[in-house]
Design a protein around this ligand. Sequence first.
Ligand SMILES: NC(=O)c1ccc[n+]([C@@H]2O[C@H](COP(=O)([O-])OP(=O)(O)OC[C@H]3O[C@@H](n4cnc5c(N)ncnc54)[C@H](O)[C@@H]3O)[C@@H](O)[C@H]2O)c1
Length: 339
Amino acid sequence: MIKVALVGCGRISEKHFEVFEKFNERIKLISVCDVIPERAKKYSTKFNVPYYTNLEEMLEKEDIELLSVCTPSGLHPVHGIMAAKRRINVLTEKPMAINVEDADRLIKECNNGRVKLFVVKQNRFNPTIQLLKKAIDKKRFGKIFFINSTVFWNRPQEYYDMAKWRGTKRLDGGAIMNQASHYVDLMLWIGGEVKEVVSFKDRLARNIECEDTGAAILKYKNGSIGVLQVTMLTYPKNYEGSITVIGEKGTVKIGGTALNRIEKWEFEKYDDDDSLVEKVNYIPHNVYGEGHFAFYDNVLKTLEGKEQPMTDGEEGRKSLELICAIYESAEKGKKIELK
Ligand SMILES: NC(=O)c1ccc[n+]([C@@H]2O[C@H](COP(=O)([O-])OP(=O)(O)OC[C@H]3O[C@@H](n4cnc5c(N)ncnc54)[C@H](O)[C@@H]3O)[C@@H](O)[C@H]2O)c1
């Protein structure tokens, strides 16, 4: 039994609590924390565990093995480092930080404390994406020419007004850092490392500090070209969350509103995986998908010494580095090379 505590009892914490309930023979929730007492109390009552409104106090008083960090993005490094300094493993929601320097500090403190660091990238575990990744690993595409990722979603002003941190430079970032970060991660996981990037971003309609819309063109180290296109202004609701891969011997599009449906699957040569295409499609209850279960399964197996982490700090850092380069390109109006 891994003893877990959770900080940040907001919207995404629901998913984590669902996992703790489902995996109740492997993971035990021992306490919760939120600066808003009513939020912490709600889960304290539901799960019959103590609640705190101060993270330092919770870390001091409770015997915790894993801290799940579900606070606003810019606070993930601060909260993760507080846990790492006390030799507590850290699981952080995406993005792990909103700049590379803070991400590096978190990685360093976890290494110093000899604790594991896990970054939530649950979309990698979508059955549709898993099938695409298998096709990539089997080299079914031959040479990959082009990768496109489209995030045409809708976030009304009320969404941003729900919490002060949303859309701010200090704690969130815009549509690319927040909503599209899984898609950026997949463009790297599927396509490999990126060499350079040019981009535009703007705040076209919402009253927030950062962008509600943006686009980036990527040149991969292996020569492929990629395009990321993102807007939170799609009328009247979420329309598409997709990734398309075009290769010498195959074309695949995983689409739907959030990577839940295989819309195109065509390869030169037959493979038994082709028969799974219909089976892996699913109807999403929300854009988060169901990947948190598989993500935690890997976390628990890693802590039990049976598996390697799917997305550790270094893996989580890759998409953050690319997002920061996309921002830098848009802000400076020039092409940015990645290291
Ligand atoms: N994996 C995904 O698909 C996914 C989906 C949604 C959100 N997220 C990420 O989860 C994080 C939280 O997003 P959300 O939508 O749940 O936000 P939210 O505003 O609903 O919840 C954040 C909670 O953290 C609490 N909090 C803030 N500062 C705190 C502090 N110092 N100590 C304790 N609690 C504090 C707030 O009171 C709030 O209840 C973000 O980083 C976001 O990017 C990930």
